[in-house]
Design a protein around this ligand. Structure first.
Ligand code: SF4
Ligand code: SF4
Ligand code: SF4
Ligand code: SF4
Ligand code: SF4
Ligand code: SF4
Length: 678
């Protein structure tokens, strides 16, 4: 390491970023200005500071000029702070003796037509960065060990893929699913676009792999109750919802603990046959019944019945039907809790459809023959409520003219249930539905009411042409409303044909709404428990849309699938694989280094008042007894360095490392003493 002296010896490096910065800022003028600042011993510039030659300039300058501080004036620290910290370290300095001035995003990009003003502002930015750099201290990252296990929350296709990848990498993985089975939305689909594979046929082997994998601990009918800890050391409390039916392992455990015998549930279905309580089946989108004791669908994993205790009247008929040999049913079952320890977590909690019935003009839930795309999936599916016969709900007749309303609630910024974003997979599934109709019902004609067809994936555009050639009709324009003929129950779709430039009204036997997708209602609670941010439209927020699309701003928490934003199955699986890879890295490393940007309690100044305790959004603060006094303690691994507590403490007892009060005061002083605000 280069010996650092008390006297500041700062190097300032200015980046052109091609013309991104140099096109709007006079770099030469800022460089010459930097040379005049107290403590600056060298100022230099380069076309692309983040390139290898750019970094070499920093490394060489540290050695040649015995620098003890480095300032780079370039882009955002979010993009390249780690790059330049590493260069600082390679030069022999502590990596935290580095400061960045964002003269691109915060200057040249917003003042691109004001060379003089932008140049003056860049000088101020460099002045302020140098003022802080003069007071930088050596900081040491902290290492924490990482638990050799992971959590995947949500067992749809994304969650299953992530769990399989983690387990195949040798990591014990808890796959937690709130429903009684794994499989998610994909198990509700009939076929998948554009290959037209049977959805269950490609999903079931994956479900079996998950069920059989020795390193996957499956926790179905289970929710996350509490999340504590930080990367490497999460403690997750799980709530196993009362299922009322024991699987063979649970029955064996009961026998060992209580002496009550029974082989447990084998999925025979005898209980289902006798149960008198009938409820709408959510898997069939309410279009078929199910009993109070049920399996979610025919290919459930695990094959274990579940009692809906909200509907069960505890008549006991199922217990008698099950019999004393299996003795699988426990009508007095209650929720139980389990605590697991994991190093990293992946959230793959999926999506819901918007409540499209709130768009009254489209008639869903008012007119029998207006259905959603998911309902269509179940109607056309051979294992669905009509054994694959597409019929009109109003009269059971086969529809011959079927309208598909695309962008139903998507790409619409008028508020209410509407969403400004594109739901991304409804164009393609509507094309698939059109194909299925023409394949199954000779003479039937699908009419697609669309704004644009977004067929962006591999082989998608070709699939679009194929459906056109098969005879589907396309009407370009947003549907205004749908009205029902009360006698025939046919539907009149009122829209504008923007290609013909006139309004049209078309009579359909049935209409399918490609309803927009939205985050699940529980997503808000889950994201708060895991400390994950959300985007403006409510989806879980990735750390960076391009450079870190699977990570979050909370270390150790990753995202997969539609919970991060609308995406189709291939993209979901790809992101799940990315998330699994990212989540496995800290686990395989065995320990992680935490940046030392955390709060530090100066105990001699702390009065133990506890006022800061509830200010911390990450639960990183605790009052402890130490040497006969009550003082605040910071759990460094939980602290995100947000500074809330530091700004709040009335006694000034909390020091924010890398953002100390003297550093901030020095920046303010430098700016004000220089003579004001531009
Ligand atoms: Fe552009 Fe930042 Fe690289 Fe400079 S360091 S070239 S501003 S990306
Ligand atoms: Fe399971 Fe018993 Fe029902 Fe058969 S009767 S499905 S063993 S709970
Ligand atoms: Fe159905 Fe409940 Fe009666 Fe069993 S006890 S048969 S689940 S209503
Ligand atoms: Fe509309 Fe197609 Fe986007 Fe769905 S995918 S919102 S139908 S443009
Ligand atoms: Fe009170 Fe400050 Fe100590 Fe927190 S750090 S307990 S606010 S004196
Ligand atoms: Fe909590 Fe922020 Fe203080 Fe850290 S800096 S202890 S995260 S309030």
């Amino acid at each position: 390491m280069v010996e650092t002296k008390n006297e500041p010896r700062i190097g300032v490096f200015l980046c052109h970023c091609g013309t991104n910065i140099a096109g709007s800022i006079n770099i030469e003028e800022v460089k010459n200005y930097a040379k005049t600042l107290d403590g600056v011993v060298i100022a230099d510039e380069y076309q692309y500071m983040c390139s290898t030659p750019g970094q070499s300039k920093i490394i060489d300058a540290i050695n040649e000029n015995n620098l003890n501080g480095v300032v780079v004036a370039a882009c955002s620290p979010r993009l390249h702070e780690p790059t330049f910290r590493m260069a600082t370290q390679e030069g022999g300095l502590n990596q935290f003796r580095f400061e960045m001035a964002n003269i691109r995003d915060q200057n040249s990009w917003v003042h691109m037509h004001d060379l003089e003003g932008a140049t003056e502002k860049a000088k101020d930015q460099v002045l302020i960065a140098v003022a802080k750099a003069r007071m930088l201290e050596d900081l040491q990252p902290k290492s924490v060990p990482v638990e050799h296990a992971a959590l995947v929350l949500g067992a749809g296709v994304g969650g299953m893929q992530a769990a399989l990848d983690l387990a195949n990498a040798g990591i014990k993985t808890y796959l937690v699913e709130k429903l009684p089975t794994i499989g998610g939305r994909m198990s509700q689909l009939d076929k998948t676009f554009p290959t037209l594979d049977c959805s269950q046929c490609i999903l079931t082997p994956k479900m079996v792999d998950v069920g059989r994998h020795p390193l996957i601990e499956l926790r179905t009918y289970t929710e996350v109750e509490k999340v504590e800890g930080y990367i490497g050391n999460f403690t997750i409390t799980l709530r196993h919802k009362a299922r009322g039916v024991l699987d063979p392992d649970q029955a064996a455990a009961r026998a060992a603990a209580t002496g009550i015998l029974g082989t447990g549930c084998n999925g025979c279905g005898d209980c289902d046959a006798v149960c008198p309580v009938i409820k709408p089946n959510p898997f069939e989108m309410g279009m078929a019944p199910r009993k109070a004791i049920y399996i979610y669908h025919a290919q459930v994993m695990p094959l274990q019945y579940t009692i809906d205790f909200d509907a069960c009247v505890k008549c006991g008929l199922c217990v008698d039907a099950c019999g004393s040999e299996k003795n699988a049913i426990d009508l007095e079952a209650v929720d139980t809790f389990e605590e697991i320890k994991v190093g990293t977590c992946i959230l793959a909690i999926g999506f819901d459809l918007i409540p499209i019935e709130e768009k009254r003009e489209w008639g869903y839930k008012q007119y029998d023959n207006v259905i959603t795309g998911l309902e269509f999936e179940r109607l056309i599916c051979a294992s669905g409520p009509t054994v694959g016969h597409l019929i009109r709900p109003s009269d059971g007749k086969t529809p011959m003219k079927i309208g598909f309303v695309l962008c139903a609630g998507s790409r619409d910024n008028t508020g209410g249930v509407n969403k400004a974003y594109c739901s991304r997979f409804c164009c393609m599934y509507s094309l698939k539905h059109a194909h299925q109709i023409m394949e199954k019902i000779p003479g039937a004609v699908p009419y697609l009411f669309y704004m644009d067809i977004r067929s962006f994936g591999k082989m998608y555009e070709e699939f679009y042409y194929r459906i056109q050639n098969e005879g589907a009709k396309f009407i370009r324009g947003r549907v205004a409303n749908i009205l029902e003929d009360p006698i025939t129950k046919n539907l009149i779709v009122n829209t504008e044909d923007t290609l013909l430039g006139r309004p049209v009204a078309m009579e359909m036997d049935m209409v399918v709404l490609a309803a927009a997708v939205q985050p699940k209602p529980e997503a808000e609670h889950i994201r708060q428990m895991f400390g994950v941010s959300k985007s403006q439209d409510g989806w879980l927020l990735e750390a960076h849309p391009k450079l870190n699309p699977c990570g979050t701003t909370t270390a150790g928490i990753y995202l997969a699938g539609v919970c991060q934003g609308p995406k189709d199955i291939p993209d979901t699986v790809a992101q799940a694989e990315g998330a699994a890879s990212a989540a496995s890295i800290p686990i395989h490393m065995g320990e992680v280094q935490l940046e030392p940007y955390f709060a530090m309690c100066m105990e001699d100044l702390c009065a133990g008042c506890g006022m800061c305790l509830n200010q911390c959004p990450y639960g990183a603060l605790d009052l402890i007894e130490k040497n006969g006094r009550t003082v605040m303690e910071v759990t460094e691994a939980k602290c995100k360095g947000c500074g809330t507590c530091g700004g709040f403490c009335p006694g000034g007892a909390i020091k924010m490392q890398h953002f100390t009060s003297p550093q901030i005061c020095a920046q303010i002083d430098a700016f004000l003493l220089k003579g004001g605000v531009n």
